[in-house]
Design a protein around this ligand. Structure first.
Ligand code: HEM
Length: 153
């Protein structure tokens, strides 16, 4: 049974991916209770929101408007939201994608997830992002940001 896997082509595949991913998340020892007990997520709302989110990320349709940073920041005082949790989240996400899809969009969605996991993790834990650490800026970037802050870009 060596069928080649399809790539993510649109909303239908996004919905399959999101449903399969949260099935795994909910039965995961490290993450399940964060959704079902800590945040007491209403899945009838969360799943469609996540279809919209990933459709917006991948295809620029989907119409997601929301604030992922705030949604996760409010969990920080309530439960562990550190690197181990984000690594586990990513492991489940990648495994779900790889179990169902293969191709350019499948690779792209995994990269997007990894980038966003990094940003969300750093921001909600107040850790400076090494890419924007002033110590790592070029003189040109430093001057541009200073001008932007002073309102004279
Ligand atoms: C430790 C890893 C993570 C945990 C435990 C987690 C948990 C949650 C929970 C509980 C919510 C629902 C919040 C609420 O409605 O009250 C949520 C929302 C959401 N999560 Fe995560 N999340 C994680 C990582 C990520 C990552 C890496 C992404 C993006 C790639 C992501 C994208 C989203 C989005 C888009 C929402 C909806 C925000 C909104 O309300 O607009 N999550 N997450």
């Amino acid at each position: 049974m060596n069928y080649p896997l399809p790539d993510l082509a649109g909303r239908t595949e996004i919905e399959r991916l999101v449903n399969a991913f949260y099935d795994r998340v909910r039965s995961d020892e490290m993450l399940g209770f964060i959704f079902d007990e800590v945040a007491a997520v209403d899945w009838s709302k969360h799943l469609p929101k996540m279809y919209d989110f990933w459709e917006t990320v991948l295809f620029r349709s989907g119409g997601y408007t929301g604030n992922p940073l705030a949604a996760h920041a409010k969990l920080v005082p309530l439960t562990g939201m550190g690197r181990p949790q984000f690594d586990r989240w990513l492991e489940l996400f990648r495994a779900t994608v790889d179990g169902l899809f293969a191709g350019e969009n499948a690779e792209h969605i995994k990269n997007c997830a990894a980038d966003m996991a990094n940003v969300i993790h750093l921001k909600i834990n107040g850790i400076p992002d090494p890419r924007t650490d002033p110590a790592n800026l070029t003189p040109e970037q430093r001057a541009r940001y200073a001008a932007y802050r002073a309102g004279t870009p």
